[in-house]
Structure formats: C-alpha cells, structure tokens
Ligand binder design. Structure first.
Ligand code: FAD
Ligand code: NA7
Length: 530
C-alpha cells in the first residue's frame, strides 16, 4: 500500500477503493496487471512526475493540467535565435511568432481598409488618401502585447507550481533530461513521464542566398518596414503574411510552387487567391526560387524559375520571406539516446500520443500527421495530462477541427474538403450546396462582393449529414466556430435549413443554402435578402 500512497492522492484513492471491493484472487491479478502498466508510471522515484519539453501551447496546457491532477511538474522552454538573431520569451510559437502577432497585423491591415470605408459612411477623415501605417509603431504595439503575455505566462506558472526551466532540453536516458541553461551550464532533471512538445520552426530553402531571407519568426519584430516583399510559399502562413503586408500598403508577391493552400478545399483556395489578386497581391504560379543575392542598392535580387514554361526571370525586393513550411525540432533532443521513433522531422505517436517508449509522449506540432494548430495542441496536452495523472481514458479527437486562414477576405472551414468527400464517398453520393452572398455592410462602401462564397458538403442520403462547411468572407473564424460544434454533433442539411438565421449577418447564409452544384442553377443572389 505504501507504494501507492506516495503518489497523487486522488489517483491512489480511486485505485485503493476499487481494489478493496474485489475478491482476493482478483485483487492479486489486478495488482500485477496494474503495476506492470499504468501505476508504474506514477511512482515517485524521480524528481518530477512529469517533465515537459517545450513551453508553448501544448506543453504549457499539459504541464498545468498535470499539476491540477496532483503531479510535480517541470517545464523546459528555450528559443534558439533565428539566423538574424530574433528570439522571444516563454509561450511558444502562437504567442510570440504565430497566431497572436499574425492576427494583430491582420487586424491592423483590416483597420486600414475600414478607415477608407468609414468615409463612405459619413466619417470626415482629413487627407484620407495620405493615411499610411507606421511599421515601427505597429511592431512596438504588437511586441508590447506579446511581452505582457510572456509575463502573465511566467506568473501563471509560478502560481500553479509548474517549475519553469529556461533551458534547452535533450534526453540523457528515458527518465533523465539535460537542460542547457542560458549561462552555458547544464542541469540534469529526472522524471517519471516525459512529454515532448517542442513544436517546429520555419524551413529555409536549400538555395544560394537563403540566409538573406527572413521567416515569420523575424517578421513580427522586424526593425524596419518590409517594403516590397516576396513571399515564397502559398500555404496558410504565406498567404496570411502576403495578405496583411498588402493591406498595410507594401507591395507583396506570392511565389507558388504547385498549388495554393495544399490540404484545403481547392475551389475555396482558388477563390481566396483570386480575392487576393483583386486587392493587388501578385502571384507567381508554378515558380521556384533559384538564388537570392544582395544588390548594391541594399535590395535583394531574386532569380526564379517557372517550372511550366521553363523560363527563368528575376526581380528586386526589399524583403524575401520564406514561408515554405515548418520543421519539427527533433534534432536537438538527442532522441538516439532513447530510440524514440520519428518520421520526416516529427515524432510518431499512437492515438493516445504515446511514442514507442512507454514513459515518453508527444503533443502539438511535433507529432507526425496532425494539424499544426494551437487549440489542437492545447486540447491534446490537457487530455494527455488527465490520462496520465487522473485515470481518464478520453483520447484526442482530431477530426472536424475548424480552422481559419486570415487572408484579407478570410476563409474558415470545418470538416471535409469537397474533393476529399468525393474521394471517400464517390461523386454520386455527395451533394454540395453553395451560394455567393452579399454582406450588408459591403454595400455602402461598394466593397467587392465577388468572392463572398460559401458551401456545405453533405452526404446525398436521406438525412444529408453535413461533412464539411466552407466560408469565405468577413470574420470567418467567428462564423465557423459555432457551426463546428454543430458539425461535431452530427449536423444534417435538414437541421441546418431548419435553423432560423440571425439577420442581417453573413453566418445566416448557411441557413439559406438552397442551390446544389448538381442543379447547375446560378448561385448568385439578386439582393442581400433574396
Ligand atoms: P510551440 O508553440 O512551437 O512551442 C514549442 C516550444 O518549445 C517553443 O517555445 C520552443 O522554442 C520550445 N523548444 C523547442 N525545442 C526545445 C527544447 N529542446 N527544449 C526546450 N524547449 C524547446 N495556429 C492556430 O491555431 N491559429 C492561427 O491563427 C495560427 N497562426 C499561425 C501563424 C504563424 C505565423 C505560425 C508560425 C503558426 C501559426 N499557428 C496557428 C500554429 C500554432 O502557432 C502552433 O500550432 C502552436 O504554437 C503549436 O504549439 P506547440 O506547443 O506544439 O509548439
Ligand atoms: P505549408 O502549409 O506546408 O505550406 C508551405 C508552402 O511552401 C506550400 O505552398 C509549399 O508548396 C511551399 N514550398 C515548400 N517547399 C518549398 C520550396 N522549397 N520552394 C518553394 N516553395 C516551397 O506551411 P505553412 O508554413 O504555410 O503552414 C504550416 C502550418 O503552420 C499550418 O498548417 C498552420 O497550421 C500553421 P507545395 O504545396 O508543397 O508545392
């Protein structure tokens, strides 16, 4: 019994209660099975019940939840500076160089648009044509917010009794972590359980002059205005960065290697790109960079190659931004000391986020084959802590995760892309309801409604279960979040079309979807209320 009493009292109580209600033979069988399995993980023969490597979205959520469930926890976080020396505080990618600064810059760009729209609504704005953003001031405001979040995060960890170690963690053995501290010294920590939540960092291409470009890790704290910018990569991050740079008044070009927004519904992806072109963002399709070099005038000359036409061209830019995907930070972990299996710079886990080594787990961007999103990392981290320390059996459900691309005209979706639904169920078994729509607030300033479009991908069977919802338009994330809960609850077209809308909103358009693609009818409405 003393074996059990030394760990988390809540778990101990549950186990002891269930054991005392068994017969003797069953009890012995229970002990041996339990000891060789989960209970073994909770013995206090190490300094910590849990060591978390990485103080980002997933790591912090897991560490804090573990403490709530009685564990003694240390969380290591360390940021390796970018090639141009940018570094940041605790909180990980989302807070420092991801979602948060991105959303703030997106908002700054939208506000610029709103200033001009405001005139048409009667606001008197002196010299509105001369309005331009102050990049330095914007960066300062964004960084001030980030610093305040860093500070609150540290206080929160202290209040919750998570020991924060500002050190780069690597494995010595499955229960021992070496932390390389800022002053160059090393500290060894031992833990019963280890969670790897080290996330990823942007990739650089393997071309001459790649080091002359920056990445999203540098952009949000750049000490000078980016000017004319080439964004290489047409994924989520590339489009978002090009979008807000253009909105802030900088010339932006997106270089697309193959397709735009791989992994997303391609009809929607192309509408997003068309809407960006309408705003003046340039796209170099089927193009790859060859070399970047410094020009005498302080700008960068980029030579690039069109893989379809075999034509090589070049142009000068003030900034080259690599947005060609992210690499999991496995190299620094010394995984060879513990033989944790990896694939393409990511860690392989099963559906319970367990690696092939029994006491080592992984969550967040570092795991292979899962969405790289903050709420995914947070939810998975929390559930993992509950499974390790509170006897929970709930596993993370990675299906129907909603997301938003914060392109100038935003795109949000939940569930399946149309092409994936067709691939999985066959074209004859899928019904796609779609429509263009006209946001009321776009009429007065005569904003383009050309690309405001939405669709529902459903099964064609009787109840027409909704497989995916896709929306391009204002405040897309806010629109889709609630529908995501409905999709997760088994939404059907019948329920959706029986839902009374809120007028006048853009979200209500989902409740008015009446035209199917199969019908061939024109999905363009005559008025805002048709
Ligand atoms: P991270 O947040 O990356 O945290 C890992 C931490 O571990 C980092 O602090 C890292 O420095 C540290 N670390 C690494 N190695 C070690 C080590 N060996 N020892 C100690 N510490 C280590 N997601 C959304 O949901 N919505 C968005 O709008 C969104 N926008 C994004 C915009 C951009 C530009 C980027 C880059 C990402 C965006 N994301 C967005 C993705 C989101 O930021 C990530 O999915 C999320 O941060 C992943 O969390 P994580 O805990 O797995 O890793
Ligand atoms: P993504 O979504 O992987 O997109 C990377 C983009 O970069 C994509 O368009 C790629 O084209 C392109 N790419 C990749 N390698 C190269 C090279 N070498 N040269 C030119 N273009 C290249 O990554 P993101 O960084 O946008 O987003 C990652 C996640 O972070 C995202 O899921 C969010 O959740 C947050 P391809 O389609 O492969 O031809």
């Amino acid at each position: 019994m003393s074996y059990f009493l030394c760990w988390n009292s809540k778990v101990a109580l549950k186990v002891v209660n269930s054991v005392t209600s068994m017969g003797a033979a069953n009890t012995n069988r229970f002990w041996s099975r339990y000891m060789s399995g989960r209970a073994k993980k909770l013995v206090h023969q190490y300094e910590y019940d849990l060591i978390v490597l990485g103080g980002g979205s997933g790591g912090l959520a897991c560490a804090k939840e573990a403490v709530v469930n009685g564990a003694k926890v240390a969380c290591l976080d360390y940021v390796i500076p970018t090639p141009i020396g940018t570094k940041w505080g605790i909180g990980g990618t989302c807070v420092n160089v991801g979602c948060i600064p991105k959303k703030l810059m997106h908002q700054a760009a939208l506000l610029g648009e709103s200033i001009h729209e405001a005139e048409s609504y009667g606001w008197e704005i002196p010299d509105s044509q001369k309005i331009k953003p102050d990049w330095g001031k914007l960066v300062q405001s964004v960084q001030n917010h980030i610093k305040s979040v860093n500070w609150v995060t540290r206080v929160d960890l202290r209040d919750k009794n998570v020991e924060y170690v500002n050190g780069l963690g690597s494995f010595v053995d499955p229960h021992t972590i070496s932390a390389k501290l800022k002053n160059g010294s090393e500290r060894l920590l031992t833990g019963q359980n280890i969670v790897i939540a080290v996330g990823g960092r942007p990739r650089y291409p393997e071309i001459p002059g790649a080091d002359l470009g920056i990445t999203s890790d540098d952009l949000f704290s750049l000490d000078h205005a980016p000017g004319k910018t080439l964004v290489v990569g047409a994924g989520y991050i590339g489009l978002e960065c090009a979008g807000f740079l253009n909105g802030l008044g900088y010339d932006a070009t997106v270089m697309v290697r193959s397709i735009v927004l791989r992994g997303f519904d391609q009809q929607m992806a192309n509408i997003v790109a068309d809407a960006m072109v309408e705003r003046g963002i340039k796209f170099l399709h089927k193009t790859i960079p060859k070399v970047v070099c410094r020009n005498g005038n302080g700008r960068y000359l980029v030579k690039y190659y069109n893989t379809e036409t075999d034509v090589e061209s070049s142009d000068e830019f003030d900034t080259v931004l690599w947005a060609i995907g992210r690499k999991g930070l496995v190299n620094e972990l010394n995984l060879s000391n513990v033989n944790v299996e990896t694939k393409a710079d990511k860690i392989i886990v099963n559906n319970a986020e367990e690696t092939n080594v029994p006491n080592i787990y992984a969550v967040g961007d570092i795991i292979h084959g899962r969405p790289e999103l903050t709420p995914v990392a947070i939810h998975a981290g929390r559930l993992l802590a509950r499974r390790i320390f509170a006897g929970s059996t709930q596993i993370m459900d990675y299906t129907d995760v909603a997301t938003t691309v914060f392109s100038p005209l935003e795109y949000a979706c939940v569930g399946m892309a149309e092409e994936d639904a067709i691939r999985q169920h066959g074209e004859d078994n899928i019904e796609v309801f779609h429509g263009f729509y006209k946001p009321t607030e776009f009429f007065v300033p005569q904003k383009s409604v050309r690309y405001c479009y939405l669709k529902a991908v459903a099964l064609r069977s009787d109840d027409q279960k909704v497989l995916g919802l896709h929306y391009i338009g204002p405040v897309a994330g806010e629109v889709i979040q609630g529908f995501a809960a409905a999709v997760k609850s088994g939404l059907t077209m019948k329920i959706l079309l029986n839902t009374v809308g809120i007028h006048p909103t853009t979200a209500e358009e989902f409740t008015r979807l009446s035209i199917t693609k199969r019908s061939g009818l024109d999905p363009t409405p005559a008025t805002c209320c048709s």
